[in-house]
Design a protein around this ligand. Structure first.
Ligand code: ACM
Length: 549
């Protein structure tokens, strides 16, 4: 082919450019949705809100719509008025009973926005997606006066989560952050369609929830003599430190989370990680009540565990569960079970006698026998008070056949193997692999990283690229309930550090829980993530900026 010259050449370039622009215009820019929906189809055009629109809302969506309309007005100034007449409505929320409980369909044309869902959760998620189609001040519910017109691209979305459990755990035993900080965490979770807040409320270093029957748990157990936790050569600092949630606080947070479709799963970690409880009631919780016991001021795992062979300790655990059942109106309670040293049981005559009585030589079975008494206690309750128990995966080292088969194993150490083992035993399981889902670990090797565990290899990319259920046999897959990020606070004292380490990695875990594996792509995630800077900034949240361009 001969090279073109002069005017002819420029004409060809001009025409090519015009075609290029037209082609670009025909493929509108993909929106920054996190988590990415199951299916999404864009078309030309957009829906423009104007100053006011009318909405026709099915009664099943009424509550969800009300909160949405209020926040939408704050963010955009657009008034959404309810109407009963379809021909007057530009926004329609329809009941579609054939959809799954969290699923939704969202269809935007230049004249109308239609939403279909079977349950309030589906409507909620559709409206969260709608907000993410707009600038992030809308998700943040903060006005942005620099924007005078609000519009969204024409789009059709069919969406539902990959997993029913999309969780985040916060350890407030080591450090206590308080109600407002927890609400900020819940807001971020809701923006990513996460639905389980696992609240780690007791530790060796602090007991954080008021239990009416045992007031010393918070009079004594919520306070210690060091703000930071001793580690190696770093000694405790002697500052009086602590805090706890009253039952009124708990109710307030449960209601706050509920309106955002987040169930709260309380964790009381027993019989290990219990030194704060032991220090509160050593007379019946300690294996050696004759010795002094205090709330721990160090990192690590305390050997000062509950004496599971004392009937008063078993009664204590039953009483605590009874109060948890009243406060948390959901299906699950987590009883911990990780890292429980048995050294004190080996020295204790009652424990040795009980081990012989249950016909075992494995001291781990004392822990399982303790839990069995608690599951028996729960099973006697009426239906509405029934709760299923979740445990960390170390309980698999004991004879779990003593327990009912409706318990769930939360897999953290050797997580993939532990989850398979749980599933093979017929138990449900949740994947929360220490590497890379412990998002309290450093998220980069940068010198600006705060003091925490790890060397920065649990990066946003590493967290994103973890593949849940990889290679798991087909017949075990139904046992996998979902995924969860965990946040331990040995090193984390300030809320700003909690936020920094959590963000944006929480978004990566949320997407693993929601989006089909075959649609997940790290580069595309990073592209979509850029919009989150505005959301985090407007919400006053600290976050990892090194992945923002
Ligand atoms: C754990 O990380 N000890 C559950």
């Amino acid at each position: 082919m001969k090279p073109m010259k002069g005017l002819k050449r420029w004409c060809v370039i001009l025409v090519a450019c015009m075609f290029g622009i037209a082609a670009y215009g025909a493929t509108p820019q993909q929106p920054s949705l996190i988590p990415l929906p199951k299916s999404l189809k864009m078309s030309e055009g957009e829906f423009t809100f104007g100053k006011k629109i009318n909405a026709m809302v099915t009664p099943q969506a009424a509550e969800v719509f009300e909160l949405f309309a209020k926040e939408f007005k704050t963010a955009t100034g657009v008034i959404i008025k309810q109407t009963q007449k379809s021909n007057k409505a530009q926004l329609e929320l329809h009941l579609s009973p054939s959809l799954a409980s969290e699923a939704y369909r969202l269809k935007v044309t230049s004249s109308k926005i239609e939403i279909y869902a079977a349950e309030p959760a589906g409507f909620y998620y559709a409206l969260q997606t709608l907000k993410q189609l707009l600038p992030r001040n809308v998700m943040a519910a903060v006005a942005d006066p620099s924007i005078s017109e609000w519009s969204i691209p024409c789009i059709e979305i069919e969406d539902e989560p990959r997993f029913g459990w999309r969780g985040f755990m916060l350890d407030e035993g080591r450090h206590f952050f308080g109600k407002e900080a927890v609400k900020r965490v819940i807001d971020v979770m809701a923006s990513y369609k996460m639905n389980r807040f696992h609240w780690h409320l007791s530790e060796d270093q602090g007991w954080r929830i008021e239990i009416k029957k045992y007031p010393k748990l918070t009079e004594v157990g919520a306070w210690r003599s060091s703000k930071g936790l001793g580690y190696g050569k770093v000694k405790p600092d002697n500052e009086r430190y602590g805090g706890f949630y009253t039952q009124e606080d708990i109710k307030e947070i449960v209601a706050y989370a509920k309106s955002r479709f987040i169930e709260i799963v309380p964790e009381i970690d027993i019989p290990g990680h219990s030194q704060a409880a032991v220090a509160s009631y050593p007379e019946f919780l300690a294996c050696d009540p004759q010795n002094p016991h205090e709330v721990w001021c160090w990192q690590g795992v305390s050997a000062d565990v509950i004496n599971v062979a004392n009937p008063k300790a078993v009664q204590f655990a039953k009483d605590v569960i009874d109060e948890l059942i009243e406060l948390f109106p959901y299906g699950y309670i987590h009883l911990g079970g990780d890292e429980c040293p048995v050294a004190k049981w080996k020295q204790n005559e009652d424990c040795k006698a009980q081990l012989a009585a249950i016909g075992s030589e494995n001291f781990r079975d004392l822990q399982i026998n303790f839990y069995r008494q608690l599951t028996d206690h729960i099973k006697q309750k009426p239906t509405e008070k029934q709760r299923k128990l979740i445990f960390w995966n170390e309980i698999l080292y004991g004879n779990t056949s003593m327990l009912p088969n409706d318990i769930t194993i939360m897999a953290w150490v050797g997580a993939n193997r532990a989850a398979v083992e749980a599933a093979k035993r017929g138990l449900t399981t949740i994947l929360s692999p220490q590497i890379p889902y412990y998002i309290n670990r450093k998220q980069s090797p940068l010198p600006t990283e705060p003091m925490s565990q790890g060397h920065g290899t649990e990066s946003v990319e590493a967290v994103y690229n973890y593949i849940p259920m990889q290679g798991v046999a087909e017949e075990l897959r139904s046992k996998y309930m979902g995924v969860q990020a965990n946040f331990w606070t040995e090193w984390v004292v300030e809320e700003s550090v909690l936020q920094y380490l959590m963000l944006p990695r929480l978004a990566a875990v949320a997407e693993a829980g929601w989006t089909p594996q075959q649609s997940r792509n790290y580069d595309d995630f990073v592209r979509r993530l850029q919009a989150e800077s505005k959301y985090y900034t407007l919400k006053g949240l600290n976050y990892g900026k090194h992945v923002m361009k």
